[in-house]
Design a protein around this ligand. Sequence first.
Ligand code: ATP
Ligand code: SKM
Ligand code: MG
Length: 169
Amino acid sequence: MKNIFLVGMPSSGKSTLGKRLARHLAYRFVDTDKLIIREEGGRSINAIFKTDGEPYFREVESRVLHTIQPNSQLVIATGGGMPCFHDNMAYIKTAGLSIFLDVSPEQLLERMLRHNQNDRPLFNRQDPTLLENLRQKYNDRRFFYTQADLIIPGETAVEELSKQLEAYL
Ligand SMILES: Nc1ncnc2c1ncn2[C@@H]1O[C@H](COP(=O)(O)OP(=O)(O)OP(=O)(O)O)[C@@H](O)[C@H]1O
Ligand SMILES: O=C(O)C1=C[C@@H](O)[C@@H](O)[C@H](O)C1
Ligand SMILES: [Mg+2]
């Protein structure tokens, strides 16, 4: 019944592992960025940032998070920055079990360059200082991410994670 929140940097594998975990536990999977896009009438994350700015995005993001009720049997892939704004991490901790997918900036860079994904207002694949940016954000955000109940390496297999979760669910 308890929700499971996956937190971590963009490209850390929240969607990939989250979908697998949801299937494994027979939970529903939701992605908060998708909930935001729906809340905003289908506008992309890039469009929201461009037109209304990051503070507006963070307001909507927090509002959307607070609509998630505890014990909804959901696996939730959170936005990369979500835990680091407003009271979001505190809310996440009251609304379910939280898991930080810890992936190094170097690995994140490799994944970002390997895979096509252009809807990232804060991380531009063409930016020559992308690695620096990833290191900076990773270091700034660890304070919030590490408040999660569990910290696991990004490569953790779903079977291994499920075993660890037995103690919590
Ligand atoms: N364990 C893994 N090992 C190697 N590559 C992975 C792993 N998990 C995910 N990936 C790859 O990394 C990329 C990012 O993964 P994914 O989309 O799941 O991350 P995310 O945290 O949901 O990112 P975003 O913040 O963009 O939603 C994908 O192309 C995926 O195939
Ligand atoms: O890392 C971030 O701050 C973000 C990550 C994405 O999931 C989106 O929520 C948005 O692009 C911001
Ligand atoms: Mg994702």
